[in-house]
Write a protein that binds this ligand. Structure first.
Ligand code: 2BA
Length: 109
């Protein structure tokens, strides 16, 4: 059994949730924020059998697009000067950042 964490853009989250349910995956959707852009994204927790992991990755791939996003200059005042960006830069975000972890136990009380 595996736990799949998929971090996706908010714009893709409703379509992905519907596609996961259509393919009989059980999923939990969490609101999250990226450390770099400091803007909202969505994290899916999906636990599934080992043999269904590849299918789940396909569903995620089919429903998440990559997009270019501008990062505005961020003032170092009161923040960490190491992350100061003095001019706007464009970064490519997504389609999805995915981690697959082993699950040692599953309990449903
Ligand atoms: P953010 O941290 O807001 O990052 C958004 C995008 O900014 C990243 O897209 C990447 O293109 C760029 N980026 C991030 N850190 C950077 C840096 N130090 N220098 C230059 N560009 C940088 P993605 O790679 O598609 O990541 C999308 C979101 O996935 C991230 O949002 C974060 O929430 C999550 N994520 C990515 N890698 C992760 C990791 N190793 N561990 C935990 N979460 C991760």
């Amino acid at each position: 059994m595996k736990m799949i964490f998929a971090i996706v853009q908010d714009q893709d989250s409703s379509r992905l949730l519907s596609a996961l349910v259509d393919h009989n995956f059980r999923a939990t959707k969490l609101s999250s924020s990226g450390g770099f852009l400091k803007s909202g994204n969505t994290t899916f927790m999906i636990v599934t059998d080992d043999i269904r992991v590849d299918k789940c990755l396909d569903v995620i791939k089919e429903n998440c697009k990559s997009r270019d996003q501008m990062v505005a200059p961020v003032s170092p005042m009161g923040g960490n000067a190491d992350s100061y960006i003095p001019y706007p830069v464009e970064v490519e975000v997504g389609g999805a950042t995915v981690f697959v972890l082993p699950v040692e136990g599953f309990h449903h009380f």
